[in-house]
Design a protein around this ligand. Structure first.
Ligand SMILES: *[C@@H]1O[C@H](CO)[C@@H](O)[C@H](O)[C@H]1NC(C)=O
Ligand SMILES: *[C@@H]1O[C@H](CO)[C@@H](O)[C@H](O)[C@H]1NC(C)=O
Ligand SMILES: *[C@@H]1O[C@H](CO)[C@@H](O)[C@H](O)[C@H]1NC(C)=O
Ligand SMILES: *[C@@H]1O[C@H](CO)[C@@H](O)[C@H](O)[C@H]1NC(C)=O
Ligand SMILES: *[C@@H]1O[C@H](CO)[C@@H](O)[C@H](O)[C@H]1NC(C)=O
Ligand SMILES: *[C@@H]1O[C@H](CO)[C@@H](O)[C@H](O)[C@H]1NC(C)=O
Ligand SMILES: *[C@@H]1O[C@H](CO)[C@@H](O)[C@H](O)[C@H]1NC(C)=O
Length: 501
């Protein structure tokens, strides 16, 4: 567990200091670089700041009131005002604009809905909205939550929504001292099965498993909301924890870090870190690979496949026996895995199919299938084509999904022979792993649950994680951060990550 707690020096003075003691900006008003506005319950503050500190790069941003180092939103991150005063005002169309001394525009709220009597308001959620002065906050025409910086606040949504047509993502900073857009982003993959993904440019770095319908129906999280309604909205959001303010940040190295503010200690505590190391590394095991963690990540192959190159497992795997089209082929079940990635082309989802095996068998290009039972939809069948990429065993037995991989008849015969070995081999290996586990616990003093997953005696996985190499499907963030309770912290509590479709 990365425990790089960030301590606050509460002595840090506010940037500029003079706040207008209101949460709204009216049409005849402006904010200059010495003024701020503060949300009603004094949770957030909006104004100008410079970065690097005492530089001349001016940005309009929102930070926690009293914690100016924790900027949660920046308007003009890629267009700082240089060498001039900066002012936020309304233009004649009722949009907010950010201008320098000579009136050049550096940023605009760009709402397409005209507002007659505009008012801008900073809410206690950290959302900055533009609305008609005589309507409520829910009738905004523009909101900062739709244009995320690198921070996800409770109530803010990642993903797509048909009202705005936007697919909202967190975008990393270029560096700790440079708020301009880096090349990493974190958001919801809206094609294929919906899931959370961290991208570098347009490449997937790592991803969570899919959710569907009501999501993880076996498990209702207390903090994460998953919405999958392909005609209207596909989104992910978090709720505030019981403990205090919380936020998730995509840092400039590509980790997603969930923080909770511990008021008593006056510091942000890391509730959870999600990184693309080990088996979460999207490209680690290549096509038809299967990743498992036994202290370190190891690449194997899906049943019926073998490694393409003995030297480099990231080249993936190739089929041992190509006779898989109407030649007596069948399926091998692999339990407790994160399902393969799904793109528009490589996955097909059909609702109301009861015989998923037949569905896949009838199409010779179908590589694998999986079954879903979504609450509002009933049984559904997922079939994969083209490639099977980024499959890994998940941590706890019973929390992953079953994947049925198409294999040649010869492979089916082999598995019958193999199963004789199971009763002997598995207990022995289990005992060895158990002993290894015990000593690991003693050495590390970290309470983790060990797992032995046997796939017909062929594959044994045992998921133990280095303290500083935490890896997990993004989907289990909700379990890990359940309530954002600190007792769920890695190293203290044994949370059972739940990963269920
Ligand atoms: C900002 O506005 C306040 C109040 O109108 C004023 O006192 C102050 O001098 C202004 N600061 C600058 C830098 O213009
Ligand atoms: C900034 O302003 C100062 C004084 O007005 C001027 O001498 C300097 O050249 C300006 N720098 C830039 C980069 O515009
Ligand atoms: C305002 O910004 C424009 C465009 O960047 C620049 O040309 C102009 O010199 C700036 N005005 C001042 C006073 O710095
Ligand atoms: C606002 O819209 C204009 C014209 O469509 C575009 O050039 C500009 O980048 C937009 N600004 C922002 C801050 O989105
Ligand atoms: C991804 O980005 C690279 C470089 O920016 C570009 O060459 C490539 O075509 C892009 N790929 C896709 C699938 O958009
Ligand atoms: C999060 O908060 C919203 C609004 O208060 C509520 O509708 C939703 O059920 C909450 N989600 C969870 C998982 O508690
Ligand atoms: C394996 O291949 C990948 C992709 O071609 C490459 O990035 C990596 O450096 C290679 N690793 C080794 C150990 O050769």
């Amino acid at each position: 567990m990365t425990s790089n707690h960030l301590f606050f020096l509460c002595l840090i003075p506010l940037f500029f200091g003079h706040s207008i003691a209101v949460d709204v900006l009216k049409v005849e008003q402006s904010i200059n670089d010495t003024q701020t506005i503060v949300s009603a319950a004094e949770k957030f503050e909006l104004g100008f700041f410079t970065q690097p500190k005492s530089s001349d790069f001016k940005y309009l941003g929102i930070w926690y009131k009293g914690l100016p180092d924790y900027v949660v939103w920046v308007a003009n991150r890629d267009n700082p005002v240089l060498n001039s005063s900066a002012t936020l005002i309304f233009n004649t169309h009722g949009n907010l604009i950010l201008v320098n001394q000579t009136g050049d525009v550096f940023w605009s709220s760009n709402s397409t809905t005209a507002v007659q009597y505009p008012i801008a308001q900073l809410l206690d959620t950290g959302n900055f909205i533009l609305r008609e002065s005589n309507s409520g906050p829910q009738n905004y025409v523009w909101q900062s939550f739709d244009y995320p910086f690198d921070t996800l606040l409770p109530g803010m949504k990642l993903g797509w929504d048909s009202k705005t047509g936007l697919n909202r993502k967190l975008i990393s900073r270029r560096s700790q001292t440079d708020p301009s857009s880096g090349d990493l982003s974190y958001g919801v993959n809206t094609y294929g099965l919906p899931q959370l993904v961290v991208w570098k440019g347009n490449q997937t770095m790592f991803r969570g498993g899919p959710w569907y319908g009501d999501g993880f129906s076996q498990f209702r999280s207390n903090i994460a909301n998953y919405i999958y309604n392909p005609s209207f909205e596909i989104s992910y959001s978090i709720n505030d924890s019981n403990n205090g303010p919380s936020r998730a940040v995509l840092d400039s190295s590509g980790s997603v870090i969930y923080y909770v503010w511990i008021g008593g200690d006056k510091k942000w505590d890391v509730a959870y870190t999600f990184t693309g190391s080990g088996c979460n590394d999207y490209e680690l095991c290549g096509n038809f690979g299967l990743c498992s963690t036994v202290l370190v990540a190891r690449c194997g192959c899906l049943d019926g496949f073998e490694q393409k190159s003995a030297q480099n497992s990231s080249y993936g795997c190739v089929r041992k026996d190509e006779k898989i089209c109407r030649e007596g082929e069948g399926f091998r079940k692999i339990s407790d895995v994160k399902w393969p990635d799904s793109t528009k082309k490589s996955v097909r989802l059909k609702v109301g199919i009861h015989n998923c095996e037949t569905e896949c068998l009838n199409d010779c290009s179908c590589l694998a299938y999986g079954k879903l039972e979504a609450p509002d939809i009933g049984p559904a069948c997922v079939t994969w084509f083209d490639k099977l990429i980024d499959v890994r065993f998940v941590r706890d037995v019973g929390t992953g999904n079953d994947l049925f991989v198409r294999v040649a008849a010869s492979e089916l015969e082999r598995s019958v022979r193999k199963s004789i070995i199971v009763p002997v081999v598995v207990p022995i290996i289990s005992v060895l792993i158990f002993l290894a586990t015990i000593s690991f616990y003693i050495v590390r003093n970290v309470r983790r649950r060990a797992k032995v997953a046997a796939d017909n005696g062929v594959t044994i996985t045992e998921d133990l994680i280095h303290e500083n190499e935490l890896e997990m499907p993004i989907a289990v963030i909700e379990a890990a951060t359940n309530n954002f309770s600190i007792s769920n912290k890695i190293g203290k509590g044994g949370f059972g990550p739940v990963y269920k479709c």
